[in-house]
Design a protein around this ligand. Sequence first.
Ligand SMILES: NC(=O)c1ccc[n+]([C@@H]2O[C@H](COP(=O)([O-])OP(=O)(O)OC[C@H]3O[C@@H](n4cnc5c(N)ncnc54)[C@H](OP(=O)(O)O)[C@@H]3O)[C@@H](O)[C@H]2O)c1
Length: 244
Amino acid sequence: MTDALIIGGGSGMGLALARTLLAEHLDVTIAGRSADRLAAARAALEPAAAAPGSAAARRIRTLRADIGREEDVAELFDAVGPVEHVVVTAADVTGAYGRSADITAAAARSVLDVKLLGAWLVGKYAAGRVTGSLTYTSGINAYRPNGSNTIVAAANGALASLASGLALELAPVRVNVVSPGWVDTPVWDRLGMDKRAAFADLAERLPARRIGTPEDIAQAFLSVLRNGFVTGTVLHVDGGHRLV
Ligand SMILES: NC(=O)c1ccc[n+]([C@@H]2O[C@H](COP(=O)([O-])OP(=O)(O)OC[C@H]3O[C@@H](n4cnc5c(N)ncnc54)[C@H](OP(=O)(O)O)[C@@H]3O)[C@@H](O)[C@H]2O)c1
């Protein structure tokens, strides 16, 4: 039995979650598209896996999979077998930010293919294999769209409905969504914007008075994994962003 499969665990929040779960004595399998990213993540995680008396290498497994491709998802779950917890943090929003008039249908489709259909494929193939919980990651833009992230917001918003449906289909397996606010992860470095200025401006307005860390979100995933009475819901971990 695999303790936890984190799809998107090669960076950002998924990587922070992997580190958290290893510290909690769970073994982790992380999946993503890039072999290089997975190898770097494994190297970064090895110190956290080296608990006294355990062989670090046996506690971390990496598997390549693109959840936009059904055959990859099927192969991933065949390789993983029975698994207690599945968390999906995977997303690729390349080319999907801007006004809708400037976004190509191909870029929009590719967001939906991974973030929504990929999430559904994970639910489809996790059925009968996952025993504890399945948790998705949406995001604040579903609740506070800004006019330049419409398709990403729509994909994130739809995850709440997906989780509600799957919570019924997969019961008693629990299916939930964690919805982060702005979190300082590598995704921001790829957006080509002045991250520092944007973070400083938002931090001043947020009730929490700061931007989120990957560890904030990892702790939220952990609480959803551990609480056997939480299912079919969205946990907002956004520093109060929906209030401002
Ligand atoms: N950072 C924020 O401020 C923020 C705010 C709200 C919501 N979110 C959401 O939170 C989640 C995690 O974001 P993050 O900031 O941690 O992002 P990140 O650092 O870019 O991590 C995303 C991971 O997903 C993997 N991935 C992308 N496409 C994939 C696919 N088709 N199949 C399998 N794996 C795939 C990537 O690895 P490969 O490229 O190697 O596949 C990467 O390791 C995302 O769903 C994001 O939309 C982020």
